[in-house]
Each structure stands twice: as structure tokens, then as C-alpha cells.
Design a binder for this molecule. Structure first.
Ligand code: LIP
Length: 268
């Protein structure tokens, strides 16, 4: 398949993210139809509507790229290019009317060799777009290029001192993640300036990329939560350490400005 024009792909992802973002903004205060709910998670009808809207928009521009989304897959699973989509990242926040949620869209391309690929299933991320419709903040990056916020380059913080750092932690959705992360939380909270738990992985990654956070840690996070934000962080000079764990596209992850990973001492 002829190589895709990555700038055109980024423009298409930005257009799709803005459209889904407008739907989120219009519904932040509305009563939301819940498709399913568990102790630590909610799935909305709006999650599905936003993903369909994004897919239609991207399909018009790039009909041959497959889709791997939180709300389902489409197209050829062996395709050279695939969109990795989280239509509403921070769904629980959004459900409760908390304006901290975003759209996350990544374009991935099959790596030349599986051993050098970014992800164990052989794909590299080449474009990342994260849009916060409530702050109207659009983060973008193309592999090996600069990370940008609303068009302006962003860089990670230069903070080397843990005791002066603001670190974000996520507990994901399962008892195991909670059980695995709480002991780490209890020891880390005494060693940093502040811990923040905001509930949207893609925004936590872009906040590290922009130097608002110095690091972000979560276990049990999914590919669609982190693919776009991870590339944006790397293009901003940060470190995006991840390891796949049991579960569909599941990872444990430490994202940082690249200066703090050692002192963060990875959670078990
Ligand atoms: C959310 C992540 C968040 C995590 C939540 C959930 P969703 O994604 O962004 O970091 O703590 O459990 O996974 O479900 O809102 O797309």
C-alpha cells in the first residue's frame, strides 16, 4: 500500500476529533444513556455515537485504514495502517459532568520488523491527536516531529527532583489494578510534592508532554487510552515506558519527563 501522507492523516484526525468534541461539549450537562456499568467503569451510548462519527470522518479520507477502537473494530485487522481510537477518554468524568475528558486518535503503521515495533502486535504509532473540547486544547504530533498544543511546540519539564514533582496516577478499572497500585501510591505520596488523579489517561500523557505533570503512572490501561498521548509525549522529549500485561491490548505504563523514572521506582 502506498505510504500515507502523515500531515493529511493528522489533519483528518484533527477534523474528526473536533466533530466528536463538539458532540461531547453539547452533552456535558445532559442526562446520559448508560449502556453498561460496573463498580469502577461506565459505558455510554455517547461513547458509541462519538466513535461512529470519528470512523465515518476518517473513512472518507482514508478508506483502507482499519479501526481498533474502545467501542469496537472495523476493516481488515491485518491492514498496514490502523486508527486507534478512544472516542471519549475519561468517560466516568464525562458521565458525572466533570469537564476533564478528551478524544484520542492515533494512526499506527505496521513496523518493518516485529522485533523493532512500538507494540507487541507489530505496529508503530506515526500520528497522535488528543483533543480536550472543554478547554479547546488540541495536542498533535507526527513521528520524529515536534509535539504541539494548538499549533505551538511543547516540551516536557526539566524537573529532576522527585520532592518537587507533580505526579499523576490512575487506578484503571479492575480490583487487580487497585490492589497492585495502592501500596505504590502509599509510598510515593510521601516522596513527591503532589499526586493528581484526574481520570483521563490521554490527557495525563499530554499534561506530562506539556510540563504540567512531571510523570504519570497507571497499570491496566488500554492501547486506545495511550497510543496517541504516548507519541505526543515522546515527541515532546519525554519517556513512555510500557509493558504489555494480560488482557486485550492491556499495559502497565510509566510516562515521565525522562529525568525521574529511576527515582519513581517502578511499581511491581
Ligand atoms: C479511562 C482512563 C483512565 C483510567 C480509567 C479508564 P476511559 O479510560 O483514561 O486513566 O483510570 O479507568 O480506563 O474508559 O474513560 O476511556
Amino acid at each position: 500500500m502506498k505510504a500515507l501522507n502523515l500531515q493529511k492523516a493528522q489533519d483528518a484526525a484533527v477534523k474528526a476529533a473536533r466533530a466528536a468534541g463538539a458532540l461531547m461539549r453539547a452533552n456535558l450537562r445532559s442526562v446520559k444513556k448508560v449502556n453498561s456499568a460496573t463498580r469502577h467503569d461506565i459505558k455510554l451510548e455517547l461513547d458509541v455515537r462519538c466513535q461512529k462519527l470519528i470512523e465515518r470522518s476518517l473513512f472518507t479520507a482514508f478508506p483502507r485504514a482499519a479501526v481498533l477502537g474502545e467501542e469496537g473494530v472495523s476493516g481488515d485487522p491485518t491492514a498496514e495502517y490502523r486508527w486507534v481510537i478512544d472516542p471519549i477518554d475519561g468517560t466516568v468524568n464525562f458521565t458525572y459532568g466533570i469537564p476533564h475528558a478528551c478524544v484520542s486518535i492515533a494512526l499506527q503503521r505496521k513496523a518493518r520488523s516485529a522485533s523493532s515495533a512500538d507494540y507487541p502486535d507489530g505496529y508503530d504509532t506515526v500520528v497522535g491527536v488528543v483533543y480536550d473540547p472543554f478547554c479547546d486544547e488540541m495536542w498533535t504530533a507526527i513521528r520524529r516531529g515536534p509535539a504541539r498544543l494548538n499549533g505551538r511546540p511543547v516540551k516536557v519539564s526539566a524537573n529532576r527532583r522527585l520532592q518537587e514533582s507533580v505526579v499523576s496516577i490512575g487506578f484503571a478499572k479492575s480490583r487487580e489494578s487497585l490492589r497492585g497500585t495502592l501500596p505504590y501510591f502509599n509510598q510515593l505520596v510521601h516522596r513527591v510534592r503532589k499526586i493528581r488523579m484526574m481520570g483521563a489517561a490521554a490527557l495525563a500523557l499530554t499534561y506530562v508532554a506539556s510540563g504540567r505533570f512531571d510523570a504519570y503512572i497507571e497499570r491496566g490501561i488500554r492501547l486506545w487510552d495511550i497510543a496517541a498521548g504516548g507519541l505526543i509525549l515522546e515527541c515532546a522529549g519525554g519517556e513512555f515506558w510500557r509493558k504489555s500485561i494480560p488482557g486485550a491490548h492491556a499495559y502497565r505504563m510509566v510516562a515521565s519527563n525522562g529525568l525521574l523514572r529511576k527515582s519513581l521506582r517502578m511499581p511491581v
